[in-house]
Each structure stands twice: as C-alpha cells, then as structure tokens.
Design a protein around this ligand. Structure first.
Ligand code: ADP
Length: 630
C-alpha cells in the first residue's frame, strides 16, 4: 500500500511519525520538569513552615521557661518586659505561619488554635502581672495569683502546641526528603532527553538510508536509462509504484518509445526514399548513405562509404561541386544553428563551368554523376552542413529523366517554330492566293476545299502560337512591351480578329466601353481580349449576344466579357485556367487547344492584374480581368 503513495505523502508520513513521538516525549519531559519544579516549591515551602514552627516553638519554650515550675519563680520575671517581647515575636511568627499554611486546612486549624491558646495565655499573664503589682511590697504569693498561674501553666501544656511541633516535624521531613525526590526527577529528565536525542538521530539516519535506498537508487536507474536511450540500448524495466519518480519514469519510457518509433519511421523513410540521402565528411568522402545509391549510382550503400564524392562527379562539373560544398560549409559554420540549405528547384540565377552543372549558392547544385554501369546521371543536390558532426548532409535527386524531357521539349519547340509554323504560314498565303483567283477561278467544290484547308491551317497556327507562348511564359522568357494604350483601340483590334467567327455563328458583339487608357503590351492585351471574346462567341448559341464592358476601379481597369452560352458548372470552374483543360461536356465542347485561358492568366498576371470567371449553368459566363490604368 505504501508503494502506491506519492513521494510527498511518503515523506510526510516518515517525517510526521517520529515528530509525533518526539512531541509526546517532549510533553512527558515538560511534565516531569513541572513536577520537579513543584517538588522544589514544596520543599521550599516545607522549609519555611518548619522554620516558622521552630521559631514559634522557641518562643513558647522561652515563655514557659520564664513562667517557671512554681508560681514564686514567675515573680519578678512577670514584671519584665522580656515576656511581652517574646509574646510579640510569637504573634509575628503565628502571622507568618498562618500565611504559609493558608492552603492546608488541617495545618491552618492547628496554627489558629495554637495562636488562640497563646493569646489566652497572654491574657492570663497580664492578669498575673496585675495581681503581682497589687500585691507588691514583698508580700507572699496570694491565692488568686496561684489560681491564675496554674491556669496559665495548664495552657502551655496544651496538646495544641504538641500538634504544632508535629507540623514542624512533618514539614521538616518533607524538606529533608525532597532533594532525593528532585534528584530522581532530574534523572528522569536526563534519561528522557538522552532517549529523545538518540531517537532523533536514529530517525534521521533511517530517513537518510531510506532516501538513499529508494530515491537515489531509482534516480540512478533513471540516469542509466537516459544513457541507454542515447546509446540505443534496451531500457531497464519501468519502476514500480505510483509516486512522482515512478510517474517520471513512466513518462520517460513513453517518451523513449515515441522517440524509437519516430527513429524507426525516419529510418524506414530514409531506407525507402528514391533519392540518395547521405553524409559526407570534411575530406569529401561518403560516411553514410541509404540504399537508393544502388538505383542512382549502381553501387551498394555499404560499398560507397569511404569513396570520394569528387571521383563520382563528371570531371567538368567537379569544380562547381567543390565550390558548392565550400559555400554550404561556410554558410553552416557562420550560422551553426540554422538550416543551411533550402530545397529549391535550382531555377534561380545559377552558373556553372560545365554544360551539365548549375549552382545556386547555398541551395542546390546540378551535376552529372558516374553510374557504375559506365553511364552518366543528371543529379540535383541539396545540402546542409552540420557543424556538430563536421559533415555535409545531402539529398541527391535523379533528374536524368526530367532533363531529358526538358531537352526533348526544347527540341520540339524549335521544331514547332521552324519546321511547322513557317510552312503553315506559307500554306496560309497559298490558300489566300488561290482564293483570290490570281491563278484562275476555282470551282465551288474547290473553294469549299480551300476554306476547310484554311480553317485547319488557322487552327494549327493558333496551336503553334499557343504552344510557343505557353513555353515562353513558363520559362519566364516572355517580355512585355509596356506602353500607354487606349482600351477602345485594343478592343476594336480584338473584335476585328474574331469578327469572321462571330459572323459565321451570327453572334452579335456589343461593345460598351468608357474612354480608358491602360498600361500594358498592346499586342498581348489584344491577344487576351480576343481569346476571351473568341471563347464567348464560340460558346454562344447561334444568334446570341456577347457584351464587352469596362470601368475603372481602384486604379485599375476592370474589363469583362459576358456571354449567354451554356455556362460552366461550379465543380469545374476552378479548372478552366489550367493547361489543356477543357471543361464542357463532350457534346458542348468546341474545338480548341485548352491553352488559351492558361496563356491569358499568365499574361494578365505578367501585367500585374488578376483574371477570374463567374458563371451559371444554362445562363452564361462572365470572364473579367484587371490591368493597371495608365
Ligand atoms: P480552348 O482552346 O479549349 O477554348 P481555353 O483555355 O480558352 O481553351 O478554354 C478552356 C475551356 O474552358 C474550354 O475548352 C471550355 O471548355 C471552357 N470555356 C472557356 N470559355 C468558355 C465560355 N465562354 N463558356 C463556356 N465554357 C468556356
């Protein structure tokens, strides 16, 4: 049961038990002490009573001696005042004795009786004296005198004086025996005080022993557990009990369990990562690596340890790699507590000596690494320096495929620009010439064919333009020729560009614009607007109406295109600005590339504006964007 108590309660019990005993002993000690004091007072009192009784007895003896055995012997003496002096002294001693015996009724009674007897004797004495004076002149003792003398003598022989002497004797006895009694009590006090001291010492020793055995031993165990945790060894079994130390130990075990679980998870993540996660020492050699080395470099994680990193890097990239490691180390040493690397795409202003390497100082590095099958891999490094362990912590990501795709895309764009756009433009001119009748009139069938060919050619040209624009925007290579433009002129240009389609679809375009001047690239703004108008016309029903409006708002021009087409469902509305996204149901979808709105969004944002759409299915859509006012 005691083991289930809290430590504070245990200590309280352990301290309060001996304290209670000590308190009891102290009470007993104080009791004996007051007994001893009482005994001393009693002895003092007895001595005083005994002394007063002795004085009184002496007075009475003196008086009796003065009065003598025969009446004749009292003659002469009676005339002396000595007798009166003795009586006065006796009266004084009686007063003292009465005060001393005030608390003892029996003794007091004896004293009072004795005093009364003495006073009667004094009266007789005074009569005797009178008689002597009247019988003066050497006359023999008269019969009256004899009677009075006898009476007085009888009084002195009274028992009451005997009782008085007895009181004196008893008190003397008490006073005589008291020192022995007091010595006995003092002995008891000393013995108890000694026992108390010994008990206190024993209790302190027992408490110290208990604390050492329980607290110190258990704290040692916990301390050992912390060392075991740090060394990754098994912990001691949890401490029993429910006190604070046992609670703390339980929390420590729970914490150790959580840490181990976290470490296991971390290990599992590192072991299963597709990227190489490794550490490199100051000499540039691998210290540890995860199994991903097998896939990326064709070498076992254990076998790579001790190999020099530079030996695995393409010779032309080695210089930039060394520069990167130095920069990361320096950054780590100047900010030991802060993470020195931030993962990044490496798309910042990097520079490198070799064609395959790029360095973003303190961030990421792109280098080619040797695969043990003899090929080269493009890798992206991010690293941080651990000042504590003097090691570089690195993550190496395989970007071979990504770079391959990027290169392919670049080649494709070059191909689209040169091998597709130029012939298509030539084809467009050819169709126009054929239609003009310069090379002879065409049959109706021939004209229809030319029209179809022209439309296909337009669509392909639009696609190539969109692809090239999209690529330029993505690569942040689109440059704007910003100038002050009249919105009306831009709107007219855009409307003109889609007038043909609007006419074919019999859609009326209503322009409702105030006079506004905006800041931007005239051609790109026209491109945005014609794209929105073209979509609005495309999705409007035959004979429908498209409205173009604008107003100034917070220093910006707000331009909107309204149509009464099918609208866009709420769950797809967020996707319309995504690349290649076409959100209409197959029956309602119009031909297009799915790139127009993506390009519009990028161009509007490049101008510092925003673009958005509000739509209701069955009622139509409203595409709006803002551009700065000039
Ligand atoms: P597309 O070349 O397909 O028109 P956009 O990027 O211009 O590509 O538009 C993306 C998609 O958004 C379109 O395919 C269409 O599904 C939808 N969309 C665009 N404008 C409208 C509109 N005015 N009304 C209804 N749907 C539209």
């Amino acid at each position: 049961m005691i083991s289930s108590l809290k430590l504070s309660n245990k200590l309280l019990i352990m301290l309060s038990l001996p304290l209670a005993i000590q308190l009891g002993v102290l009470v007993a000690l104080s009791n004996i002490q007051s007994q001893a004091q009482l005994e001393a007072d009693r002895a003092e009192h007895a001595r005083k009573v005994s002394s007063a009784v002795t004085d009184l007895t002496n007075d009475i003896i003196r008086l009796m001696a003065g009065v003598g055995e025969k009446v004749s012997s009292a003659k002469g003496y009676l005339a002396e005042t000595t007798m009166l002096t003795h009586v006065a002294a006796a009266e004084e001693h009686f007063r003292r004795l009465k005060n001393l015996t005030a608390d003892d009724a029996a003794e007091h009674r004896v004293v009072v009786d004795s005093e009364a007897t003495l006073l009667r004797a004094k009266d007789l004495f005074m009569r005797l004296r009178q008689l002597e004076i009247s019988e003066a002149g050497g006359a023999p003792v008269g019969p009256d005198m004899v009677v009075v003398w006898r009476e007085m003598h009888r009084l002195f022989a009274n028992d009451v004086f005997y009782s008085l002497r007895q009181i004196g004797k008893t008190q003397e006895d008490i006073a005589d025996k008291s020192p022995a009694l007091q010595a006995k009590l003092r002995g008891q006090i000393q013995a108890l005080a000694l026992a108390l001291g010994l008990f206190g010492t024993c209790c302190t020793a027992a408490l110290a022993y208990y604390l050492m055995r329980t607290l110190a031993r258990r704290l040692d165990l916990m301390h050992d557990n912390t060392l075991r945790l740090a060394a990754g060894r098994t912990l001691h079994a949890p401490l029993l009990g429910r006190d604070e130390i046992a609670d703390l130990d339980r929390v420590f075990h729970a914490m150790a369990h959580t840490l181990r679980q976290a470490a296991l998870k971390e290990k599992a993540i590192v072991n299963n990562a597709r990227d190489v996660i490794c550490t490199i020492d100051e000499e540039g050699c691998f210290v540890s690596a995860n199994p991903a080395t097998e896939e990326l470099l064709g070498i076992d994680a254990d076998a790579i340890i001790g190999l020099s990193v530079i030996d695995l890097i393409y010779p032309d990239d080695a210089g930039i790699a060394l520069k990167f490691f130095d920069a990361v180390q320096q950054q780590g040493q100047s900010q030991p507590s802060a993470a020195t690397s931030r993962s990044g795409s490496g798309s910042g202003s990097g520079s490198g000596s070799g064609s395959g390497s790029r360095l973003v100082p303190g961030r990421t590095l792109e280098v080619r690494m040797k695969h043990f099958n003899g090929s080269w891999k493009d890798t992206l490094w991010s690293a941080s320096w651990s000042a504590e362990q003097n090691q570089l912590f690195c993550v190496i990501h395989d970007i071979t495929e990504r770079l391959k795709t990027e290169r392919l895309k670049q080649e494709l764009m070059v191909m689209v620009n040169h091998d597709l756009r130029s012939p298509l433009s030539t084809l467009q001119i050819t169709f126009a010439l054929l239609k003009s009748g310069k090379y002879g009139r065409l049959s109706a069938e021939g004209e229809a064919l030319i029209d179809r060919g022209e439309r296909g050619c337009d669509r392909l040209l639009q696609l190539t333009r969109d692809l090239l624009d999209s690529d330029r925007l993505e690569a942040h290579k689109m440059e704007l020729n910003v100038e002050r433009c009249a919105l009306e002129e831009i709107a007219l240009g855009a409307v003109e560009a889609i007038a043909g389609v609007a006419e074919t679809r019999q859609v009326l375009i209503v322009i409702d614009l105030p006079t506004l001047h905006i800041k931007g690239d005239r051609l790109r703004l026209e491109q945005i607007l014609s794209n929105l108008l073209s979509n609005a016309v495309k999705y409007s029903p035959r004979g429908g109406r498209v409205r173009l409006t604008a107003c100034s708002q917070n220093g910006q021009a707000l331009i909107s295109v309204f149509d009464n087409g099918p609208g866009i469902s709420a769950n797809k509305i967020d996707q319309v600005f995504e690349r290649f996204k076409q959100v209409q149901a197959p029956g309602q979808q119009m031909p297009g590339t799915g790139l127009g709105l993506t390009i519009c969004k990028a161009l509007v944002e490049l101008h510092g504006g925003k673009i958005w759409v509000e739509s209701e299915v069955g009622k139509g859509s409203q595409f709006s964007f803002t551009v700065p006012l000039a």
